[in-house]
Write a protein that binds this ligand. Structure first.
Ligand code: GLU
Length: 462
């Protein structure tokens, strides 16, 4: 058995598309089936290589691997023509040369008569040899299918148009290509957005016209913005890969996506294996899901806290590449990531926190320095240099004891030592626990940054 994801490369891969892909992928894994990727690029004007790349990169980042494909519809023109000619020769399709003017006036009068606008079949019996090709939709009876998500759907054939299957420029249309492909590629279950549900009856008639068995369908509801309107740019990043840029772990995004419109009791966090095990099409919600950025951030943070160090570092490395740092010039990134994961909101945040450990800086944040560095803190910094220099075993405990001993001898609170210490070693005052940060920074670097801070204070006094 097989499922498929069949995006049109007319834009980037967005959140909705990624969720459809995830559902189709989960179904394939769950049923030990194959997952196929098909790029629906018959619309030459709107399809771009950039979009194809964005789709492939997006799926790759999420780890939604496919067993077959990518198959490009543009490579299958011959096959579509073959099917169209079979339909023509069976009388199930016909040429139509109605002018745009005729079609427009036909539509206008249908609307004026309060009829549903549809092609009136004018060319059906004309035996023309050129023009667009239309499918001869049955006039009587109805089309019904049982959708995994929507339940029983039924529509009278009378409501359906004789749809165009070959355009005047010789390119086949979506409804034709999708049927030929889903049949040829032996797709068992078509999982797609419910914006296609109105196409399904037309497609089922095409299957019947070719005496093919139609697949099963699951139409997944839209994703809406938190305000209930259609998801758009103002609800946050829509391009899937921008979530990579923003420091999300792919597993966190998958977890968030699976919960958008699908549930298993009130469980929120699922490993991929759990998703596969528990996923059922019938548990997909029938109504639209709303996108909630805060929840996504919350899930990301919980994944950052609990994912394996190896996975964390692998994903972090991509962010670290954006900073000009050399990981050989500092602590073990694995140890550092372990330390930073508790306090990082995202991988972007975490990568920023890493920089101070690998790259020296020339300047302190001016506002902070003006506030914190002064005659009093200079005394503290000098004392720190003296006492820290004496440490042989550069451990967080020993650094902590030094801070405590200074607090005691100067009768000051921890903050009075911690604040200038933190600014001295970080440059911007942003670091986690000061003793652990100093430990990771190393003795030599810590002392040299403390001295730099003292020099800064001296230079202010001159
Ligand atoms: N290519 C269509 C789209 O991107 C999907 C078609 C389908 O899944 O049947 O909307």
């Amino acid at each position: 058995m097989k499922s498929r994801f069949a995006p049109s490369p007319t834009g980037f891969l967005h959140i909705g598309g990624a969720r459809t892909a995830l559902f189709a992928w989960l179904w394939a894994k769950k049923t030990n089936s194959k997952f196929l990727l098909r790029i629906e690029d018959t619309d030459k004007e709107r399809s771009t290589q950039e979009s194809v790349d964005a789709i492939l990169d997006g799926l790759d980042w999420l780890g939604l691997d496919y067993d077959e494909g990518p198959i490009f519809q543009s490579d299958r023109t011959e096959r579509y023509n073959q099917v169209i000619h079979e339909l023509l020769s069976n009388g199930k399709a016909y040429y139509c040369n109605c002018s745009k003017e005729r079609l427009d006036s036909m539509r206008e009068s249908q609307i004026a008569n309060k009829e549903k606008p549809k092609y009136d079949g004018c060319c059906r019996e004309k035996s023309l040899k050129s023009g667009v090709i239309r499918f001869r939709n049955p006039d009587i009876g109805s089309v019904s299918f049982n959708d995994y998500v929507k339940g029983e759907v039924s529509i009278d054939n009378f409501e359906l148009d004789d749809l165009i299957i070959l355009r005047s420029d010789g390119t086949p249309t979506y409804n034709l290509t999708v049927v030929v492909d889903d049949h040829d590629m032996e797709i068992e279950c078509v999982i797609r957005g419910d914006d296609h549900i109105n196409n399904t009856p037309k497609q089922i008639n095409l299957y019947e016209a070719m005496s093919w068995i139609s697949p099963k369908f699951a139409h997944v509801p839209m994703i809406l913005g938190s305000d209930g309107s259609r998801l758009s740019k103002r609800h946050g990043a829509l391009n899937l890969l921008s979530y990579k840029d923003e420091g999300f772990l792919p597993e966190a995004l998958l977890n968030y996506l699976v919960r958008l419109g699908w549930s298993h009791g009130d469980q929120e966090i699922f490993t991929i294996d759990e998703m596969i095990q528990l996923f059922e099409l019938k548990n997909i919600n029938n109504s639209a899901a709303s996108f909630n950025q805060e929840k996504l951030e919350w899930i990301n943070q919980s994944y950052i806290k609990k994912t394996s160090t190896k996975n964390l570092v692998e994903n972090l490395s991509w962010q670290l590449n954006k900073h000009d740092i050399n990981l050989n010039n500092g602590p073990s990134i694995h140890d550092l990531a372990e330390f930073l994961r508790e306090r990082s909101k995202s991988l972007v945040d975490m990568a920023k926190s890493c920089v101070m450990f690998y790259r020296d800086f020339d300047e302190f944040d001016e506002a902070q320095a003006n506030k914190i560095f002064n005659a009093n803190s200079k005394e503290v910094l000098e004392d720190l240099v003296d006492r820290l220099s004496l440490i042989n075993d550069w451990s967080a405990e020993n650094i902590h004891s030094v801070i405590e001993s200074i607090c005691e001898s100067m009768s000051i609170g921890f903050g009075k030592v911690g604040q200038p210490f933190r600014l001295a070693i970080s440059g911007d005052g942003k670091s986690g626990s000061i003793d652990i940060s100093a430990k990771f920074l190393g003795k030599e670097r810590t002392l040299s940054r403390l001295k730099m801070a003292i020099d800064w204070i001296n230079s202010q006094n001159n």
